[in-house]
Design a protein. Sequence first.
Length: 466
Amino acid sequence: MRTDVLIVGAGPTGLALGVDLARRGVDAQVVEKAGQLFPGSRGKGIQPRTMEVFDDLGVLDAIRAAGGGYPVGMIWQDGKQVGEHQMFDPAEATEDSPYNEPWMVPQWRTQRILAARLTELGGEVAFGRELTGLTQDEEGVTAHFTNGEDIRARYLVAADGGRSAVRRALGIGMTGETVDPQPTLVADVRLTGLDRDHWHAFPPNGEGDGFLAICPLAGTEDFQVAAQFPADTTVDLSLDGVRKVIATRSHLDPSAVTEVRWASDFRPRMALADRFRSGRVFLAGDAAHIHSPAGGQGLNTSVQDAYNLGWKLGAVLRGDASATLLDTYEEERRPIAADMLGLTASVHRGETRRGDATRQLGLGYRDSSLTQETREAVTGVRAGDRAPDGLLGGTRLFDAFRGPHWTLVAVGTEAPEVPGAIKVVRGEAQESYGTGLFLVRPDGYVGWAGETPVGLQKYLTAAGLL
């Protein structure tokens, strides 16, 4: 079998990349070693920046319908409610940032939504395809599997998680540390005796037991249970084991837990791959960076890896851009991943609150080789920044950006002639942007900014747009 891009792993990263490539008309195949999509809630927080990505990929309405906002925390002690606490610093939606707070969607449901969108666009996931090795040359990559035929691709993307078989096959190391040596149980359960309006927290009871948290999973009848154990504990993932933990650490009877739908245990750690690329193979998502779940950064950083890589692969495969464009994937994404790992560890340790930083709206690529800021006096958004939403000349900017194209935003100045493939939006005033010309990349970041068109043609040529 031959394809342009082989995506190994059908988690949020692989599926988001598959959707992005499919809408660009790229021949891509997603393979997954398991027999089905991941069944648990693990990464349940969708940050505002990822909501914007999902808007562009055409799945935002489904994501919003499938989930809900985060509940207020409720602290329990000796079977009594003793106080509430806010999980996140509040933020109000604004014209330039319409999605202001995290949205809770269990990971299994996010994956189903992305998989449905992939199918709608003509793509598919091949299940039961476990990778055993790969070889590559100057023309492409050949992937080998435990069963079924080899797949030959021009490029391969490893989206196969923290234990990535692709990363191991390439011999790429990961540098990191254990954030917390104590194992943590995470389980999706059905239970009675707790309301669904709060994220219920049961602090350690002083008898050697760790914390217990029980969160209603928006859009479902399930609760997510999280419980920490002393180091070297073997965590019992059975129904009886989960019942015992909840009964020991809360006022609930064991019988309150009626079903365990999924359960896992892990030791929070963070790690960063030494490289995000080897020849024609790219690492994305957990294959490239592993996060503690604190702060909800892992899934979101992973989806944005895919969003960064998708348009670049599409441009190169169409022949619109030089293959050197793909060098900018690691250049742009590895520093972001490193910063997010530091943030995640800080949130896990209680040093940083969940707020502006965890929403990921302030991340950008000002230092990228793809970024050119030509203005001397800059007000508003800079080249390399996320392109804000807002109204310009009667057009909503996110509506103009939606799709696989570039967009030229002209504020208070005349727009020059550009190729028809570039959408142009004009207007006299836009507070977030100031005055000038702003060329917005397909992934929603400003690539070039200027007071006049001087230098724009050179940038368009280098980007393969002329």
